[in-house]
Design a protein around this ligand. Structure first.
Ligand SMILES: Cc1cc2nc3c(=O)[nH]c(=O)nc-3n(C[C@H](O)[C@H](O)[C@H](O)COP(=O)(O)OP(=O)(O)OC[C@H]3O[C@@H](n4cnc5c(N)ncnc54)[C@H](O)[C@@H]3O)c2cc1C
Length: 471
């Protein structure tokens, strides 16, 4: 076994061609700088396999020499799973495995390699009038492997499910370098454990996903989209229940946005003044997608009724064209980045049962105001799924470092409420290296033991993303 850095580099150089490895630290920036700039470890090397056989070679090499591999997709993860935790780790980027292997429009599925960018997948199926319904604001960089490894959710999970529900099969290189070929899809297959679902959401700690068989659906023929102004979160939840009862699975998004979010979008000129006319405390971005001709104005009808009953304010904007719909979605998708322009923020990706969202937001805001009444709350996100990005921006003009020094206190206040409400401390972003300690504190000990046993069995040398999820 080689341990010396120079020897490792030389052996890697013999294994792969020169343009498949990066050793120079100054060329590693794009792989090491993660979106929230929290983690700053160096890597020993970046390896860029060209095909599955390269991935197997790299994993066998890492296993033989007990070197840690950090699988990386688009590097958009928000919990540091895709960047090193310790020194001397090797990032394995899947970005060059980016082909469509097979598409079957009639059956509604597509086999793509792990490095395909989500947006490219969206674009590649529109010519066939098909649609891959998972969408997230990072779709221009996030890759299918990363989306599956994190079981990403996003704005349409309400209707179509998380990545897990949209994945029919998986191919992955296991920690000993063997290839698990689980790409075939059978509606009925009870021949043992569900390995596909074990690998989905495993954040690169069990295997490296190299390809996936994904579900495609027909494109909706029409979408009804509206930005609705409301007085409070309880009204938003009640509106959700009313519309959901009628639209059922056609209700494809129901996102909440606080006034603070709208204010910063206006301040930083991400949206125009005319788009938002009134000044309500909360807004909901709702969408219903239709796949057949018929009664395709459910949203408009329900919003009219709600307005007559004074359940919503008169600032509602109903998209009249594709361009207007895109404008409304742009507003929602820009929320996270725009918050970054307001100085430091402390963020929580949490979930509770949807009926508890009003309580979560109310109690969370009150608890943080007790710490410092000038902290600016920005709870937004997937109300219909009970998944709120419960973020806080620093007080105006405050010192960012001083604000960030309050992180532990603020986290504790929010996570205590989430746990009391029987929720989850990670709704869709995962655990990565950010929440390992927290997971230990809040997860059922039996579940933690099962997770550790699975890790030890599938990756006995802990070469796959060591220390992520389970420290
Ligand atoms: C602006 C913004 C908005 C976002 N919105 C959402 C959202 O709405 N919903 C949501 O769920 N997430 C969201 N995210 C988080 C992130 O984009 C997703 O988690 C995404 O799925 C990660 O994909 P990636 O290719 O960038 O993975 P990376 O960041 O590269 O990796 C993430 C994790 O997956 C592992 N991994 C990556 N590729 C593989 C592979 N091939 N095999 C095994 N493991 C692998 C990594 O080791 C790491 O643990 C957002 C992020 C940003 C920056």
């Amino acid at each position: 076994m080689i341990k010396n850095t120079a020897q490792i580099k030389q052996a890697l150089g013999n294994l792969l061609d020169a343009n498949s490895i990066i050793f120079a630290q100054e060329e590693m920036g794009a792989y090491l700088d993660e979106p929230r700039k929290r983690f700053h470890k160096k890597a020993l090397a970046i390896v860029l396999p060209k095909n599955v056989s390269d991935v197997q070679k790299i994993v066998r090499f890492a296993s033989e020499h007990e070197l840690v591999l950090v699988p990386q997709g688009g590097n958009t993860g928000l919990v540091g799973g895709q960047v090193p935790l310790f020194a001397n780790e090797i990032i394995i980027s899947l970005s060059r495995l980016n082909r469509v292997r097979k598409i079957d429009v009639a059956a509604g599925n597509i086999v793509v390699e792990a490095g395909m960018i989500l947006q490219q997948l969206h674009e590649s199926v529109t010519k066939d009038n098909m649609f891959f319904p998972l969408t997230i604001a990072s779709k221009g960089s996030a890759q299918i492997g990363g989306v599956l490894a994190t079981n990403a959710g996003g704005i349409h999970a309400l209707s179509y499910g998380n990545a897990r529900e949209l994945c029919l099969g998986i191919e992955a290189v296991m920690a000993d370098g063997s290839l698990y070929n689980g790409l075939k899809y059978l509606k009925k297959d009870n021949s043992g454990y569900d390995l596909k679902n074990l690998l989905i959401g495993s954040e690169g700690t069990l295997a490296i996903i190299t390809a996936a068989n994904l579900k495609l659906i027909k494109q909706p023929i029409e979408n009804e989209t509206a930005l609705v102004a409301l007085e409070n979160v309880q009204q938003a939840y009640e509106l959700f229940c009313t519309i959901k009862q009628i639209a059922n699975s056609k209700l494809s998004a129901f996102e909440i946005i606080p006034r603070f979010g709208i204010d910063i979008l206006l301040k930083h000129k991400v949206i125009e003044k005319e788009l938002i006319k009134d000044n309500s405390p909360y807004y909901v971005l709702a969408e219903i997608s239709y796949f057949e001709r018929g009664n395709n104005d459910i949203l408009m009808g329900e919003l009219e009724k709600a307005y007559e009953k004074e359940q919503i304010s008169d600032g509602t904007i109903y998209a009249q064209s594709v361009a207007e719909r895109e404008e409304l979605w742009h507003l929602r998708e820009a929320m996270s980045e725009t918050q970054g322009l307001e100085g430091a923020s402390i963020k929580h990706d949490v979930s509770v049962a949807p009926q508890k969202v009003p309580q979560l937001i109310k109690r969370g805001i009150e608890a943080i105001a007790k710490i410092d009444k000038n902290i600016r709350p920005c709870p937004f996100g997937h109300l219909g799924d009970g998944n709120i990005h419960f973020n806080f921006s620093q007080p105006k003009g405050a010192n960012p470092e001083e604000f960030l020094a309050m992180s532990d206190e603020i986290h504790k206040a929010i996570y205590d409420i989430v746990i009391e409400l029987d929720g989850s401390i990670s709704a869709e972003h995962g655990i990565g290296q950010l929440k390992t300690d927290l997971l230990k504190q809040v997860k059922d000990p039996v579940a933690l033991n099962m997770m550790q046993a699975i890790k030890n069995a599938l990756d006995p040398k802990h070469i796959m993303n060591r220390g992520k999820i389970l420290r």
